[in-house]
Ligand binder design. Sequence first.
Ligand code: KG4
Ligand code: ZN
Length: 333
Amino acid sequence: MEGPRQGAGERLILALETSCDETAAALVTEDGRILANVVSSQAELHARYGGVVPEVASRRHLELVTPVLREALAEAGASLDDVERVAVTRGPGLIGALLVGLSAAKSLAWARHLSLVPVDHLHGHVASLFLEPDPVEPPFLCLLASGGHTLLLDVPEHGRFRVRGTTLDDAAGEAFDKGARLLGLGYPGGAEIDLLAREGDPDAFDFPVARVPGLDFSFSGLKTALLYKVRELGPSELERLRPDLAASYQRAIVRALVERTQAAAEQTRAERIAVVGGVAANSELREALPGAALAPLELCTDNAAMIASAARYVQEIPFPRYLALDAYASSAA
Ligand code: KG4
Ligand code: ZN
């Protein structure tokens, strides 16, 4: 005989995330317990192009959104009757990809007469820290490093932040991905460099750490330095020194992130540092900031549990006022 359904009787937040190349659905309780967190990555689909192709991503989201949602409900042992509100990423991200999730969320909410909670993807990454079993309480200074953003944020309370620093060119994750491509590694490149760097010498090459004024970041010079080094070495030396190049390149990115984060913490007199976003999965970065609150590994890269978490601190839009709601590709800030 079946036991009682896990999610039954609880009022749940159902969240969808489709801002880039992950199709994700999650069910989370009001007090931040994750009952299901399903992520279907399209990385393999985009790998042959060396990066995400927006139109391909949108079409794949369309195919995956229903099965991923069904899987999340099954995993939570819940049905749509248990869902109290529907949360969805509204932006920033790839507009076509976002619209797939937003349309799906609106349809679901409308069909069930539920309210809709539009969530900003960056607030979602920060809210990956607010989930059980070890929620991190604000205030803290947050480094958000992903494929699309590198931000230093003052987080005074749940659902609010102030930008203290940003990247002037590439995001840290983008630097990892572009570097991996130059080294002939797969996509997405961050995890690949992370693995290979363990076999290499981080002091073998001296890559530049940009020190632009204020609390901002710059990674384009680093990427160019790697490009020149790869050209200079030629194919056979590249083959031989690839682990050293990966280790030295990673060291430069991590050093830049750590230096600026520590400077920002001093300036803002932050007592606590937190790190979120895809690059927060990097093993060297995780070790380089002792005492920092780190997003749980499985919640660093894009997922819907963090969107549900953020939704708890956002004003919901009651049925049926959300039908005309639009997505946005870049942050208003
Ligand atoms: O947060 P995320 O899933 O998507 C965006 O919102 O952009 O971040 C994806 C980024 C990619 O650039 C990927 O290479 C990077 O996170 N990443 C890593 C690692 N795992 C993922 N970067 C460094 N080390 C890792 N272990
Ligand atoms: Zn993200």
